[in-house]
Design a protein around this ligand. Sequence first.
Ligand code: NAP
Ligand code: MG
Length: 500
Amino acid sequence: MATLSIDPRVSGRTADFVATDHRMLIDGRFVTAASGKTFPVYNPAAGEVLTYVPEAETEDVNRAVAAARRAFDEGPWPRMSPSERGRTLWQIADLIEKNLEEFAELESLDNGKPFKVARVADVPLTVDMFRYMAGWATKISGKTLPLSAGNDFHSYTLREPIGVVAQIIPWNFPLLMAAWKLAPALACGCTIILKLAEQTPLSGLRLAQVLDEAGLPPGVVNVLTGFGEGAGAPLAAHEQVDKVAFTGSTEVGKLIVQAATGNLKKVTLELGGKSPALVFPDARIDAAIRGTASAIFFNHGQCCCAGSRLYIHEKVFDEVVEGVSHVAEDIKLAPGLDPSCQMGPLVSDEQYRKVVGYIESGITDGAKVAAGGPASGVERGYFVRPTVLTNTNPRMKVVQEEIFGPVVCAIPFSDKELDAIVKRANDTLYGLAASVWTQNLSLAHKMSRAIRAGTVWVNCHNVFDASLPFGGYKQSGWGREMGEEVLNNYLETKAVTIAL
Ligand code: NAP
Ligand code: MG
């Protein structure tokens, strides 16, 4: 094994946790992989191994699914009173909040994001998600229905948990993505097998301890660490799983759909995006510059809803490009735990190479670099400079494909193209999100209707709340996360009719 290295800035508790002999949670017990295999977890700010975690494979998946099946078919969780389930969710939220600093340190260390950001965004939003869903536990209900078939019937619907749920999550918001998945499924009374992303398993393993401490019965949540092919694929295909909820790439989303055909398990998908931000000449330009820069640079562009296509009216094009470029040039790159950090490294060597490859392909195809570029100037770690490209055309890969890094294409439009701009904004296989920057109320509403995406922000971008449904049109996914809508992902509807 390589020597483990840990950032000296983390607290003793975090350092101790990172150095522990990591175990997965299966059936209420903390266990190694059946094979005994482990794999390394990297610190992306240094490119060094932080620790090792168990490598789950088919046998571990089978054990976790059997535990979740038992917990669903025979255990107390789906049969518990809604208020008790709600209390447990609230308790999970309290425990995460109590350990907020530790979770933020783990997230920063493992994913690379600034500690300051994890502390005010990832962890509090996670806490909020559990509290919001704790409230829903007692409010899930059916309806009574008048039948045209006649007056001699009493009919009503029951909303029942869908059953055993497999949840597969990515590395961009490791803890928050776990919460988006776990909290609603638990509120509905489901039992779960959660597979963490191979790049970022640490906060999820710490969360497994919190779930145990909160008193979840054995098998209700099982947490696996492993690779997509070795653990994710057998989980998605498993005959005893009733539902799979996936967040990640559109490419793997399609594999999940295929894997689900064996037993026709239900599927929801939260996939990629190539989200447009549209700046009109009447926008408050300062706010549009700050907002559209943050739309792409937040979380180093590793957001499925990143505003990666920036359409700017020609009257304000130079001013906005210059402004966003200034923001980009001023961003301080540093390890996430460095107090001066404004942007950390990308999550992995693979993402680093991919994103730099996109910047280079843009340049080769004729794009101009207004800020940033392929060289980061940082010696160690997977750092990429926030980059602004101009002079692109709609056929370039950088304009068409999801880069998942801090790279934005700034594209001008003219008055003559006002109608066509919606078409251009919609001209992608994705439909996750968009933002519109204008003070014209009527234009804002018209654009919100015309854009084919699950979220439209006006004069803001990346505003998330547990109450707001989030998800994609077109190839950005199936179903919605968060809000009341997410409950549909984890419930079946049963119609009961009684002849009176
Ligand atoms: P990914 O491959 O789609 O991974 C997402 C999750 O699916 C991970 O837990 C992954 O396991 C698992 N997985 C991979 N192959 C699988 C399979 N055949 N069956 C079941 N599960 C499988 O995404 P990625 O490789 O981490 O990133 C690639 C690209 O996906 C990014 O560049 C970005 O474009 C996109 N992405 C989108 C989102 C989003 O929020 N929409 C998030 C992350 C990435 P491993 O951890 O072992 O890979
Ligand atoms: Mg992967």
